[in-house]
Design a binder for this molecule. Structure first.
Ligand code: ASP
Ligand code: MG
Length: 476
């Protein structure tokens, strides 16, 4: 008997038809004799609507949050009514949904009295999405004779109090899982657990960040010692690039933890960037599969880096970023300026996505999300005001409308000439490269281009990835 953690994303639980697929998948696994831990997202768009509701409540827009709540209730009721036979079980889950939605409206009312949606109360409001969907899925599974039960991760994942993007406290979380989830699994129950949410040790709701259900699922896979984690989503797997940028994109059959980490960090939307973190140490294999194409094997993600000539495996990009450059001849050999600059960026609440310095030390540059650029610039100017006054630092410059393109592939390590090929094709395509960085893991090369050049850059580098695949498949 194996233990398998399966996570279903928002689209996969977003309609009665989709939920039927989910139930088929879970039922088949249970009938195979395996234990299944089901982790669910909120129904598609519900988390967005809840975030909006919090804002509407703060703006005293009662009509707005009440009508959102009505729509949310309708979608859950509709799924229940379509997928369950009339009777006590159906009434009971309909009542649970009604009670949760009522509670949601009450919390919004409290916000509208205070006229402020703090991160803490916003997390409370958005927690309703997963709490609702988990109850519906559990009831639908129970209807099929599976001994399923809904669990709130606020009782299982203990986090710090960084509301909006909380971090799990591993020991406390393991203790809670041992106390609550293990006995349930031992007792033959199929738990249906909320993704995305957790709680502080004093019991306040937290969330793990947008798209965080993948991370939740990995936490459950690790803490239940699962044999496998399957992220069920609405695409066939991890792709060589975004098919909207290049229709030749292909599904990758195998990707290493490290590669998928870089891909997710640099903009590939399939997995939350933190997903692999909890499962790496235990070496739990991760599969990305499509609920709407369940016969397709998807992408397997594991520890091995694939020995093949697919040197560049995939290409991703991040839009809406800005390039900041700090320059000045007086910086040469002066220690600490980079350190203080990055600290100033951190103090402005920005995270730095990529760094590069020219060896002359006359300037260095880094990339932050566009919205962070001006606050970061101001924070750096404040921090370096002496250096700016005595002209050791000449300017802090922001270049907008740029994008990061990243080529990922573990086989780059120790393979000479990969960067050469990448920048040969960008050159051939007359794409101006504004900055370059290679991760020290040598698993990725990132570069910055004008947003207008993004698509051509992705297609050009993706060509190299497709070449690699052709070589690996022996078709050239
Ligand atoms: N429902 C949450 C979101 O939309 C978490 C998730 O689906 O992963 O961000
Ligand atoms: Mg997601």
């Amino acid at each position: 008997m194996q233990t398998i953690t399966m996570k279903f994303g928002g689209t996969s639980v977003g309609s009665p038809e989709a939920i039927t697929n989910v139930a088929n998948i879970v039922q088949a696994e249970v009938e195979r004799g395996n234990r299944v831990v089901v982790v669910v997202s909120a129904m598609s768009k519900v988390t967005d609507a809840l975030h909006e509701s919090a804002k509407m409540a703060a703006a005293r827009n009662k009509w707005g949050y009440v009508s959102h709540a009505d729509k949310i209730r309708f979608r859950h009721d509709e799924a229940i009514n379509l997928l369950m036979r009339p009777g006590d079980a159906r009434e009971s889950v309909l009542n649970e949904v009604a009670a949760l939605v009522e509670e949601l409206v009450e919390v919004c009312q409290a916000v509208s009295v205070l006229r402020e949606a703090t991160p803490r109360i916003t997390d409370h409001i958005v927690s309703f999405g997963e709490r609702l969907s988990s109850r519906v899925i559990a009831a639908v599974l129970a209807e099929r004779g599976i001994v399923a039960q809904a669990f709130d991760a606020s009782d299982l994942i203990v986090t710090d109090n960084r509301f909006g993007s909380a971090n799990p406290l591993w020991n406390e979380t393991q203790d809670a899982i041992d106390k609550i989830l293990h006995p349930a699994l031992e007792g033959g129950i199929t738990p249906v657990v909320t993704g995305y949410i957790g709680a502080t040790d004093s019991g306040e709701f937290t969330t793990l960040g947008r798209g965080g259900s993948d991370f939740s699922a990995a936490i459950f896979a690790a803490t239940t010692d699962s044999d496998e984690l399957i992220i069920w989503t609405d695409v066939d797997g991890v792709m060589t690039t975004d098919p909207r940028l290049d229709s030749r994109a292909k599904v990758l059959r195998y990707v290493s933890y490290q590669e998928v980490g870089e891909l997710a960090y640099y903009g590939a939307k399939v997995l939350h960037p933190k997903t692999v973190q909890p499962i790496v140490d235990k070496g739990i294999p991760l599969r990305v599969r499509n609920t709407f194409n369940p016969d397709f094997p998807g992408t397997l993600i594991g520890a091995e880096s694939e020995p093949s000539s697919t040197i560049i495996k995939a290409v991703t990009s991040v839009r809406r970023v800005s390039l900041l450059t700090v320059s000045g001849r007086g910086m040469i050999g002066v220690p600490g300026i980079a350190g203080r600059t990055f600290l100033a960026a951190a103090n402005a609440g920005a995270s730095i996505m990529m760094i590069s310095q020219s060896s002359s030390e006359q300037s260095f540059c880094f990339v932050v999300m566009e919205d962070d650029a001006q606050p970061v610039k101001r924070s750096i100017e404040r921090e370096l005001d002496d250096e700016i006054a005595n002209r050791n630092v000449e300017k802090v410059e922001v270049v907008k409308d740029v994008a990061i393109v990243t080529a990922v592939g573990a086989a780059m390590r120790g393979t000479p000439g990969v960067a050469g090929r990448v920048f040969t094709v960008t050159g051939e395509n007359e794409i101006n490269v504004l900055a370059i960085a290679q991760g020290s893991s040598e698993c990725s090369i990132s570069f910055v281009v004008a947003e207008d050049d993004l698509e051509r850059a992705v297609v050009a580098v993706h060509d190299l990835a497709l070449d690699g695949i052709r070589i690996a498949e022996g078709s050239v």
